[in-house]
Design a protein around this ligand. Sequence first.
Ligand code: NAD
Length: 505
Amino acid sequence: MTDTLPRTETAVLDHWVGGAPWAGTSERTGQVFNPALGTVQKEVRFASREDVGQVVDAASAAWLQWRDASIAKRQAVLFAFRELLNARKEELAEILTAEHGKVLSDARGEIARGMEVVEFACGVGHLTKGAYSENVSTDIDVYTLRQPLGVVGIISPFNFPAMVPLWFFSIALAAGNAVVLKPSEKDPTAANWLAGLLTEAGLPDGVFNVVHGDKEAVDALLEHPDVRAISFVGSTPIAKYVYETATANGKRVQALGGAKNHMLVLPDADLDLAADAAVNAGFGSAGERCMAISVVLAVDSVADEFVAKVAERMGGLKVGDGTRGCDMGPLITGQHRDKVTSYIDVAGTDGASVVVDGRDVEIDGDENGFWLGPTLIDNVPTSSTVYTDEIFGPVLSVVRVEGYEEGLGIINASRYGNGTAIFTNDGGAARRFQREATVGMIGINVPIPVPVAYHSFGGWKASLFGDAKAYGPHGFEFFTAEKAITSRWLDPSHGGINLGFPQHD
Ligand code: NAD
């Protein structure tokens, strides 16, 4: 490691401002756990409103230079960053596993999906091109161009400590903005590591900053007059709050919220492939993914067979320390594990049956880790909180339906609309589904339909507040403001007085 990167023995993680760690003035800190051990491994600073103000000032000053950096210069920094990230991704994967708990292979996958957006952002030259119309009126041309916004705030969740920041800051920086990232306080080290790497890649100091903290830091960003835009990812209640507060403060906002993703299994589906998909998408990253499948809608005629196939596969999953080649790691905190477990506790009372109980799982890891094994709950009534709440853990519910219509009705009645999938061999049913489901991202025999970097990512309904999705074309639109210029180069024939509204001739 170079000395720009935070050392792992650091007891208190600082903010990152102006190209270097910064302690700030606040005395408040939070604890960062190692979820596989159940121990506190470091503390992280919690910024005060004044601290955030200083960080925004640093970013504002740096932006005055960065906004004038040529496209070629910005691309060069991003290319260099991509190369460094690719060369050193294993270090980052280890940080993710140590603080989030996800298994190493999954941490590598997270980095790959984030790096994809860095590669996309390198195309900034093409993606921010304007349009030109010559001679719209005699000797008058109209053209548009896209300019950076200024300082933008990114507030990210615990479940993707590298990928989600990469989705947003790569495009924000490419477009010429300065960034203040407020990562999750639960696994904050990845943000500083990425900041160090951006510095090494040649990004001028102050253009990318990290401020750690909780609600106080978030509120300070939402209300700061020099922060032009907010990209938020997290749970729905906070997304709604962020959207309402930041728009009330005149900011451009995209706030991605929670999810409850359904997978509809029709009788003609390949049940083995569908069962593989349900297990992978239900229990990968211990179900702590906004695109996890949390409900399978199984058509009655095949439901028994499907549930048996899923349960059989779950028996083969190894739960334990993410560094030991297991399939699934711990949950993020003991408190979250207990909350997820409480849903298994009420399932029976609500009339559902627990087919595989994660409370009994055998662990390959320290007994104090925040463990809960994969859990399968069948016959879940849609009135149960097991169905209605976003559980965000390794709990897969099965709701039995009569057929396509009932399944679609349940999906469309959900308050969330992030992702959904249909498993079928009937092209007509799949085509109807893609047209009729009121959900932002659809999978056809694909359980986690996260679009590639050059298409945008985002849900509908309570899964996204605002108009712009993440990355892809939406990303560049969000992080730039369009300007239209009407131009005429004068010659003597253009003289004369005319108070009428401009018309074209
Ligand atoms: P969270 O809402 O608790 O936290 C997200 C961010 O908001 C964090 O940086 C946190 O510090 C901050 N925050 C928390 N409470 C706050 C408050 N009262 N006021 C202001 N800021 C506050 O979410 P989480 O638990 O970190 O992440 C999991 C959630 O994120 C799930 O609901 C998941 O579905 C969602 N998520 C959604 C997407 C998506 O693309 N739609 C992607 C990833 C995660």
